[in-house]
Design a protein around this ligand. Sequence first.
Ligand SMILES: O=P(O)(O)OC[C@H]1O[C@H](OP(=O)(O)OP(=O)(O)O)[C@H](O)[C@@H]1O
Ligand SMILES: O=c1cc[nH]c(=O)[nH]1
Ligand SMILES: [Mg+2]
Length: 203
Amino acid sequence: MDHPLIQHKLTIIRDKNCGTKEFREVVNEIAELMVYDVSRDFALEDVVVETPMGKTTQKTLAGKKIAIIPILRAGLGMVDGILELLPAAKVGHIGMYRDETTFQPTEYFVKMPEDIASRDLLVVDPMLATGGSAIMAVDALKKRGAKTIKFVCLVAAPEGVEALREKHPDIDIYTAALDDRLNEDGYIVPGLGDAGDRLFGTK
Ligand SMILES: O=P(O)(O)OC[C@H]1O[C@H](OP(=O)(O)OP(=O)(O)O)[C@H](O)[C@@H]1O
Ligand SMILES: O=c1cc[nH]c(=O)[nH]1
Ligand SMILES: [Mg+2]
């Protein structure tokens, strides 16, 4: 997504001198701006409304049922921003951490709304690196009946986009930036470092 506001804010959080408070605020702001466009294909239906001047037929969202699914921890940093625009969305959590040497993800927590099969799901995580975490999260959702899934991240590596596309070609991927590559430690370059640690001040 190349909107100037999104690009500007992404540059702010890439800076290693951006502290925890600002990092948190700006991650939420970017997520909110991204959802404006992610929701572009949401269906509308007609509704009759009475203005002070009389009756008119206008558009309203067609009873869309959404759930936001953050991949813990770092995905949590995007939830409040998205809820600003989609305040009635439900939120399901999936916990996952990546092994430092093999980069393989381990799932440690899942709590979903009961009706995810009938909801449009926005899986959110700031970083799409090898793609292992996103693939495992989508596997877990499909296993529970999910049908419509969009993946929303801030920074993606080409390797992660390719892996997620290959494993789950039915999923739309939205990213604020497609970066150069992964380094030998599995971090995105130039990236923004460890998103979870920067959001929660754990390093
Ligand atoms: O595409 P991948 O190679 O799977 O890497 C991306 C994942 O790594 C990070 O999580 P991390 O394991 O650091 O957990 P955290 O959010 O708790 O810090 C990030 O938030 C993604 O979930
Ligand atoms: O660059 C990266 C890769 C994985 N996870 C992160 O938080 N950052
Ligand atoms: Mg992390």
